[in-house]
Design a protein around this ligand. Structure first.
Ligand SMILES: Nc1ncnc2c1ncn2[C@@H]1O[C@H](COP(=O)(O)OP(=O)(O)OP(=O)(O)O)[C@@H](O)[C@H]1O
Ligand SMILES: [Mg+2]
Length: 329
């Protein structure tokens, strides 16, 4: 467990990303339509301590992958800043990304050996072909495959094995920081657990820092030191993992936790997820969660709540949080 006083590897401040989703210019002119923007990420701030794991959770469309793409530089922020701490020897931190669909991110025409050797050659991390072959064999073993698997093509592997190959490829460039966007969501539950365990072991052995993304609360519980819950582009609650599970403060976090499959409570006893996620093109006024919130009052539809920090380290953006806490005490 990483204390949150550890120096931060990544500091994201007031980061916003808008996308222009307007109709083409001519249609706008003819049909007198205004320009249209979606705020995929809206004023998001967080830190990831060195060697720690921060997870982002939330329903589809809340902006998780956009945060991942902003952090890895695939998108530029519209506002705000993203700062990585310098690496151990003063060089910039090296960041790699692992995606949900390993098949789409592995070149199907290349043998696994060449897929993993590419970053070694590209970054000149090994000199000779013998050194490259040794390193590829070592990486394959690290992720639970064998050196002879290097001769095969990606389609010859199962989904879980393919994700192991993507991890080996990511590790080849000796990263300090991994951004993992739903790395196990396409896998069966038992295979998911194997890949998550592998990722945890690699984190301990190599001192990696993770920004981990999932829509699944039971997956992030297994992985994270800290969890940030996103709703319509904003972080609504962030807390150390045990604190979030023991005392979920935001009504949206409570809703997400109620939907975790629970072996002791049969499926039908669980409440269905209340309401639909509103369109990010027309977010509700005030607290954007208010139309779905069982606790909302007139203030919630009028004013956007500020983030407040609780004594146990959780941060919550909710007008009703103090009243609800007082009622529970
Ligand atoms: N390149 C883009 N152009 C226009 N809109 C985009 C773009 N990328 C994302 N969006 C919009 O931004 C919002 C957030 O999308 P994002 O992919 O980050 O969500 P997500 O939380 O990763 O969802 P999922 O769980 O389904 O992967 C969505 O409304 C999406 O339609
Ligand atoms: Mg996504």
């Amino acid at each position: 467990m990483i204390p949150h006083t550890a120096p931060s590897a990544l500091t994201v401040s007031a980061m916003t990303r808008r996308f222009d989703v307007s109709a083409p210019w001519l249609n706008r002119v003819i049909e007198r339509k205004p320009r249209l923007f979606v705020r995929a990420v809206d004023d998001v701030s967080f830190e990831v301590p060195k060697g720690g794991c921060l997870s982002l959770v939330g329903e589809s469309g809340c902006g998780k992958s956009t945060v991942a793409r902003l952090v890895t530089g695939l998108y530029a922020p519209s506002e705000g800043s993203i700062a990585f701490a310098p690496g151990p020897d003063g060089r910039p931190l090296s960041v790699q990304m692992i995606f949900q669909d390993p098949y789409a991110s592995l070149n199907p025409r290349w043998r696994v050996f060449d897929i993993i050797a590419e970053p070694l050659r590209e970054l000149k991390l090994r000199e000779t072909e013998v050194e490259i072959a040794d390193r590829v064999a070592e990486l394959l073993k690290t992720v639970g495959l064998t050196a002879s698997d290097g001769r095969k093509f990606p389609h010859e592997f199962s989904g879980g094995q393919r994700q192991r190959i993507s991890i080996a490829r990511a590790l080849a460039s000796e990263p300090d920081f991994l951004v993992c966007d739903e790395p196990t969501s396409a896998l069966d539950v038992s295979v998911q657990a194997q890949i998550l365990n592998l990722m945890r072991r690699l984190q301990d052995e190599m001192g990696l820092t993770y920004l981990f993304i999932s829509h699944d609360m039971s997956v992030v519980r297994h992985m994270s030191d800290q969890i940030a819950v996103m709703y319509l582009g904003r972080i609504v609650e962030q807390a150390p993992t045990e604190v979030l599970f023991a005392h979920p403060r935001h009504p949206y976090t409570q809703l997400l936790l109620e939907t975790i499959p629970n072996v002791t409570a049969p499926r039908r006893d669980r409440e269905p997820q209340a309401g639909e996620v509103p369109s990010p093109l027309k977010p509700p006024s005030g607290c954007t969660f208010h139309p779905r919130c069982p606790q909302s009052d007139s203030r919630c539809s009028a004013e956007r709540p500020e983030m407040t920090t609780m004594p146990d380290g959780s941060r919550v953006a909710c007008h009703r949080v103090e009243e609800m806490m007082a009622r529970m005490a």
